[in-house]
Design a binder for this molecule. Structure first.
Ligand code: SF4
Length: 406
C-alpha cells in the first residue's frame, strides 16, 4: 500500500543505508529512499553497488540472442505498446515456420545461443484472424505453435529458447517447459490501479498483477526459471514501484525461481495512447535501480536494458550510472535482429558494451538465457537442453569463451 511521505533528511537516509547493506530493505525504508533528496542519491548508489559486489563481484553479464517475434497480434492493448498490431494493420504478422528457422540459423551463424521468442498474448482469444492463421498452420493455439517452434529451433540450430509470451496456465507452462531454458514475464507493476480506464493497462486482461505473479509461482513449482521486472514511468507512484519490487522478492522467497529482475524505463512512442506521457529521468531510473538492488539483495541478477538508456550522446554515461547503481547484467543483446519491441532503439554493439563495462572496472561475460546460478541447479535444467547447456558453460555457469561454437 502506498503512503505519501515527506522527504527524509540525510541523517535518516544514512541510517537506512547502513541497515540496507546488512539486511534486505523493508517496504517503509524503500518508500523513504524513493523520496530522498537528489543530494543523497550517490550514497544510495554506493550502498547498492556494495551489495551487488558482495553477490557477483566485478562480473557483468549479457546473453547473445536472436529475437524471434513469432506474432505481433495480441489480445491486450497496453497504452505504451507499438509492438502489437490489429489484424487489419499492414504490419500485422505471424512468422511462418520457415522464417522462424531462417532467423534462428542466422543467429547461430553469429554465435548466438539464445532464441528469444517474444510475442503477443493469446491473440486467438480476441481475433478471428489469429484463429484462422493457427488453423492454417495446424495448431490449436498460439502456445502450441510456440512450443513446436521452440522444439524445432533447438533441434535444428542448437539455440536455447526463452519464451516471453504473457500469462500462462499450468498446462501451458508444461507444454513450454521442456523446450525453454528459462522464460520471461514482466510483472511491470503490482498496482491494480493501472488497470483502470485511462491507465496504462486498461483493457489488458493479461496485465492483472495477481495473474502474472501466479504464472511465475506455478512456473517455480514446475522447475522453470523466470526473468521478470518492473516498468518505470507507466503511471505508477514511487511507492508502487517499491510495492512491485517487494512483491517480486516475496514471490522468489516462496517459489525460488526468479533468476533476474529488469528495471525498464518507459519510452513514449508515437501512435500510442501514452505518446504524451513524460519519460522517467535518468535520476529516477538510477534511484529505482539502487532501491531495487537493496530490496532484492546481493544474489539477484539485476538488469536495465542498455538500448533504452538516454539519448545517443549520453548513452555511455547513463550505462556507467546504471553500473554504479547496482546492476550486474545487460540482458539479451542481438548481433542479428533489432529489438522488435523497441525498434527505434538499436542495441549497442557488444564491443561498445564491453568498452563501457570495462571502463567502469568490470569484466563482461556471456551467459545463457538460463542464468549461471540456475545452470548449476539440475531441477531447473531441462533434460532435452542439458547437453547443449553443459557444452556451452563452465563450472561457474557462464559461457566458456566468447567465441564458443557448437
Ligand atoms: S505490451 Fe505485450 S501484452 Fe501489451 S499490447 Fe503489447 S504485446 Fe500485448
Amino acid at each position: 500500500m502506498s503512503v505519501p511521505l515527506s522527504t527524509p533528511g540525510s541523517e535518516e537516509i544514512a541510517e537506512i543505508l547502513a541497515r540496507a547493506v546488512e539486511e534486505p530493505l523493508s517496504r517503509d525504508d524503500g518508500y523513504r529512499l524513493m523520496r530522498g533528496s537528489e543530494a543523497d542519491v550517490s550514497a544510495l548508489m554506493g550502498a547498492a553497488a556494495a551489495v551487488r559486489d558482495r553477490g557477483t563481484g566485478r562480473t557483468v553479464t549479457y546473453s547473445r540472442k536472436v529475437f524471434i517475434p513469432l506474432t505481433n497480434l495480441c489480445r491486450d492493448r497496453c497504452g505504451y505498446c507499438t509492438f502489437a498490431k490489429p489484424p487489419s494493420h499492414a504490419a500485422a504478422r505471424t512468422m511462418p515456420p520457415e522464417e522462424v528457422l531462417a532467423v534462428a540459423h542466422a543467429g547461430r551463424e553469429q554465435g548466438c545461443k539464445e532464441a528469444l521468442f517474444s510475442l503477443g498474448e493469446k491473440p486467438e482469444e480476441r481475433w478471428a484472424a489469429a484463429r484462422d492463421q493457427l488453423r492454417d498452420l495446424g495448431y490449436p493455439s498460439t502456445i502450441a505453435y510456440l512450443a513446436a517452434m521452440g522444439e524445432r529451433v533447438h533441434r535444428e540450430t542448437g539455440l536455447i529458447p526463452h519464451a516471453n509470451c504473457g500469462v500462462l496456465t499450468r498446462d501451458e507452462l508444461l507444454a513450454l517447459r521442456d523446450v525453454n531454458g528459462s522464460m520471461g514475464l514482466m510483472l511491470e507493476s503490482a498496482s491494480e490501479r493501472l488497470l483502470e480506464r485511462g491507465q496504462a493497462h486498461f483493457g489488458c486482461v493479461g496485465k492483472a498483477p495477481e495473474t502474472r505473479l501466479q504464472t511465475m509461482a506455478t512456473g517455480g513449482a514446475l522447475g522453470i526459471a523466470f526473468t521478470t521486472g518492473i516498468l518505470v514511468g507507466i503511471g505508477e507512484t514511487p511507492e508502487e514501484r517499491v510495492d512491485a519490487l517487494i512483491a517480486i522478492r516475496e514471490l522468489h522467497e516462496r517459489s525460488g525461481n526468479i533468476q533476474e529482475v529488469i528495471v525498464q524505463n518507459f519510452r513514449a512512442k508515437p501512435d500510442t495512447r501514452m505518446r504524451g506521457w513524460p519519460e522517467p529521468s535518468v535520476l529516477e531510473m538510477v534511484r529505482t535501480i539502487a532501491v531495487a538492488r537493496l530490496i532484492l539483495g546481493a544474489e539477484m541478477n539485476l538488469q536495465a536494458p542498455p538500448n533504452l538508456a538516454g539519448g545517443t550522446d549520453e548513452t555511455q554515461d547513463v550505462l556507467s550510472l546504471y553500473l554504479a547503481a547496482g546492476i550486474n547484467d545487460w540482458g539479451g543483446i542481438s548481433p542479428v535482429t533489432k529489438d522488435h519491441i523497441n525498434p527505434e532503439r538499436a542495441w549497442p554493439e557488444i564491443d561498445a558494451l564491453r568498452q563501457v563495462t570495462e571502463g567502469a572496472g568490470f569484466v563482461l561475460r556471456e551467459r545463457l538465457c538460463l542464468s549461471p546460478a540456475y545452470v548449476r541447479r539440475p531441477a531447473f535444467v531441462r533434460p532435452r537442453l542439458a547437453a547443449r547447456i553443459r557444452a556451452w558453460t563452465d563450472a561457474t555457469g557462464l559461457v566458456k569463451g566468447e567465441e564458443t561454437r557448437w
